[in-house]
Design a protein around this ligand. Structure first.
Ligand SMILES: [Mg+2]
Length: 344
C-alpha cells in the first residue's frame, strides 16, 4: 500500500451532560480524526486520549501522527511493514496507534470488500452484546446488564439507589457498579458487603488504579467479582494485575491500551488465565466506537461490553442498539464515516 495522502482533523464534541471522571469533569470529548488514503480508498480512525485514563496529551498525539505522516507519505509498504511503522511512531501514544491501525485495517477491508472485523479474524461475530447505562437506558430497552456509577453517595444512599434500580429494571437484570477508584480498603469492604444482597455482576475499580495489593485483599472479603478498569492500561499492567491476583474481570479500553494488536495480546494473556474480558469505549465519537465494536467482534468477546455510549455525546449516531445487541456494520471497512457536518 502506498500512502498518498494523510490528514488530521481536530474535534471537540460536547457531552450531553457533563461527564464526571476520577480526573475531573469533562464538558467536551476532544481528539483527532485521521484520514489515510492509498490513492483509491480512504481509511479513517480516531485518536482521543481520555483524561483520567490515558497517559498521553493531545499535543503528544499530534506529534506522533506528524512523525508517522512524514515517514509514511509517498512510500510503498506492505501490511506488516506499515503496522511496524505505526508501532515505531506511537510508542507510549496508544490512542495514536489505535487511530492509525483502524485506518490501515479500514483500507485493507475495503480493498477486500469485507467488514473491518473480518480482516482481523475471518470468523469474527456479526454482533456484540452490550450493557446499558442507568440514567441513559430504560427498563423497556431490554438490556440484561446495566452499568451504574457509584462511590460518590454515602452508603445509605447507595443502598437506596440500588433498591430503586432493582425495582425499576427487575430482579433478573444484573448491575455493574463502577466506583472509579473512590474507596479505600475498609470502605470498599463495607460497600461490597452491603451490595451482596443485590444482583451484582461485578464491582468495577473500587480502589485507586495502583492499589493492586488492596484489590487482592478485597477479593477475600466479598463474593462479588472485582473488575479493574483504570488499573489496566497496557500489556505490562495486565501482567502486573494478574500477578497480584487483583481482579477476576479485566476491562479493556482500546483507546487507552493501544489498538488491535496490543489488545489482542492482552486478551490472549488474560483468557489463558480464565479471566473475564470486557471491552469498553472511551466515549469516542462513532469512528472510534465502531472500531471498538469491530475489535470486540474479531476477538469473539461474549460478555456484554460497554459500547452503548453513543447517546452520551451530541453527535448523530448511525449505530443501532437492539435489546442489548449491536450489529457490526457489514459494509466494507469500518462502515461509518466522520460526521463532517458537525461544528467543531
Ligand atoms: Mg470504569
Amino acid at each position: 500500500m502506498k500512502i498518498e495522502d494523510f490528514t488530521v482533523q481536530q474535534f471537540s464534541i460536547p457531552f450531553v451532560k457533563p461527564f464526571i471522571t476520577s480526573a475531573g469533569t469533562l464538558t467536551h470529548r476532544e481528539g483527532y480524526w485521521i484520514t489515510l488514503s492509498d490513492g483509491s480508498v480512504r481509511g479513517i480512525g480516531e485518536a482521543a486520549p481520555l483524561p483520567g485514563f490515558s497517559k498521553e496529551t493531545l499535543q503528544e498525539v499530534r506529534y506522533a501522527l506528524e512523525g508517522f505522516h512524514q515517514a509514511a507519505e509517498g512510500e510503498y509498504y506492505d501490511r506488516d511493514e506499515l503496522l511496524s511503522l505505526i508501532q515505531v511512531h506511537t510508542e507510549e501514544i496508544p490512542s495514536a496507534r489505535f487511530a492509525l491501525e483502524t485506518a490501515v485495517f479500514d483500507i485493507l477491508a475495503q480493498q477486500k470488500n469485507i467488514p473491518l472485523a473480518k480482516v482481523i479474524n475471518p470468523k469474527a461475530t456479526a454482533e456484540v452484546a452490550v450493557n446499558g447505562i442507568a440514567g441513559i437506558h430504560f427498563p423497556g430497552d431490554g438490556f440484561s446488564v446495566m452499568k451504574v456509577k457509584t462511590g460518590f453517595r454515602n452508603l445509605f444512599d447507595e443502598m437506596e439507589n440500588m433498591e430503586y434500580l432493582t425495582q425499576s429494571y427487575g430482579a433478573d437484570v444484573q448491575f455493574r457498579l463502577d466506583c472509579n477508584g473512590a474507596f479505600d480498603l475498609p470502605r470498599a469492604i463495607r460497600f461490597c458487603k452491603e451490595m451482596e444482597r443485590f444482583n451484582i455482576d461485578y464491582v468495577e475499580q473500587p480502589l485507586p488504579a495502583d492499589a493492586l495489593e488492596d484489590l487482592a485483599e478485597l477479593r477475600f472479603h466479598t463474593k462479588i467479582p472485582i473488575a479493574v478498569d483504570e488499573s489496566l492500561t497496557d500489556y505490562s499492567s495486565a501482567e502486573m494485575i494478574l500477578e497480584s491476583q487483583a481482579a477476576e474481570v479485566f476491562i479493556i479500553k482500546p483507546m487507552v491500551s493501544g489498538g488491535f494488536i496490543e489488545c489482542e495480546n492482552i486478551i490472549k494473556l488474560i483468557q489463558s488465565e480464565n479471566i473475564r474480558t470486557v471491552i469498553t469505549s472511551s466515549f469516542e465519537t462513532q469512528v472510534g466506537r465502531t472500531s471498538c465494536l469491530h475489535l470486540t467482534a474479531a476477538n469473539h468477546i461474549t460478555e456484554a461490553c460497554g459500547l452503548a455510549t453513543g447517546e452520551l455525546l451530541n453527535e448523530p449516531d448511525s449505530i443501532q442498539i437492539k435489546l442489548g445487541q449491536i450489529e457490526i456494520p457489514q459494509l466494507p471497512g469500518l462502515g461509518v464515516s466522520i460526521n463532517e457536518e458537525l461544528e467543531l
